[in-house]
Design a protein around this ligand. Structure first.
Ligand code: BJW
Ligand code: ZN
Length: 252
């Protein structure tokens, strides 16, 4: 079978699975926002000045040089302030609207799913538009671009940090509990635009599969999990996701 025949067959199978499913979990990563113009973390686009983005998303980097880390997050706020959700984000809203039990787990901190209209969004790694005080724990929304340095907590005066999850930090316990409860019960899971290297999100597809879900991956490239999942669809999220969600009768 040719590659395009294989893709068409897999697309038809996944479309049908999504139609029949009552419980769907979607997990997204930076790849779904790439076509909106948001740089991904790994591969081309993962650099800011001479730094790797992943080296700045750490508590050690913030302790060593908070000004640099805030400059990095201010740069990203500036990028995000002008981008819009794309057709893949929007197709997931359609999927949510027609699915009895739907949840969207996202590693992205950009808020684009909510901007598209998704409601059942669980942010695994936090949100860039919120800040958190490391001293008193106070969280607040702050949409200023840029945030003047150094940003202070209104309650206790300490310097606040982005309300995101950095390497070596635990994901919020309630968020994880919600995620695993949904993963353990879903019929179908779709994993979109994530390289599958950052834990615990990377293992969530296998967790769902071990609990009986049909797991589909959508990515430009194969990932460490492509062979393990039921179906791996190679291509752009903006091309494939809308086609997976459209009605079966329509041409793919
Ligand atoms: C397209 C496309 C298009 C492009 N269409 N596709 C177990 C084993 C080993 C290590 C660990 C472990 N458990 C925990 C760890 C340590 C660590 C970890 O995983 N390290 C690995 C790197 C080895 N994990 C943690 O520290 C986590 N904490 C934790 O588990 O606490 C308990 C614990 C701690 C320590 C030890 C043990 C337990 C926290 C992880 C937090 C990650 N934070 C970041 C920054 C968030 C804030 C910010 O954005 O600034 O989250 S790092 C960064 O990576 C960000 C992302 O959400 C995350 C994932 O990246 P993603 O989304 O996959 O993006 P990319 O760029 O990697 O991939 C893009 C993909 O899209 C590619 O595949 C492209 O092909 C594709 N693509 N265009 C479709 N158009
Ligand atoms: Zn405080």
């Amino acid at each position: 079978m040719s590659r395009s025949d294989q893709l068409a067959e897999n697309m038809a199978l996944v479309r049908e699975k999504l139609r029949q499913a009552r419980r769907i979990v979607v997990l997204t990563g930076a790849g779904i926002s790439a076509e909106s113009g948001v740089p991904t973390f790994r591969g081309a686009g993962g650099l800011w000045r001479e730094y790797r983005a992943t080296d700045l998303a750490t508590p050690e980097a913030f302790a060593r040089n908070p000004r640099l880390v805030w400059e990095f997050y201010n740069y990203r706020r500036e990028v995000l302030a002008s981008v819009k959700p794309n057709v893949a984000h929007k197709a997931l809203v359609t999927l949510e609207n027609r699915t009895p039990d739907f949840v969207l787990l996202t590693q992205n901190i950009d808020g684009l799913h909510q901007a598209a209209g998704s409601r059942a969004v669980v942010e695994l790694h936090g949100n860039i538009w919120w800040v958190r005080c490391p001293q008193c724990g106070r969280r607040s929304e702050d949409r200023r671009v840029p945030i003047p340095y150094p940003p202070h907590c209104d309650a206790c005066g300490a310097m606040v940090r982005p309300d995101v999850v950095w390497f070596g930090e635990s994901l919020d316990a309630h968020v994880l509990q919600t995620a695993y409860a949904k993963l353990g019960q879903c019929d179908v899971m779709v994993v979109i635009g994530t390289s599958g290297v950052v834990q615990p999100a990377a293992s969530m597809g296998l967790y769902a599969q071990e609990h009986g879900a049909f797991v589909v991956e959508v990515n430009l490239e194969p990932t460490p999990y492509s062979r393990a999942f039921n179906v791996s669809l190679l291509g752009k999220a903006g091309d494939l996701v809308p086609r997976l969600v459209q009605d079966s009768g329509e041409p793919s």
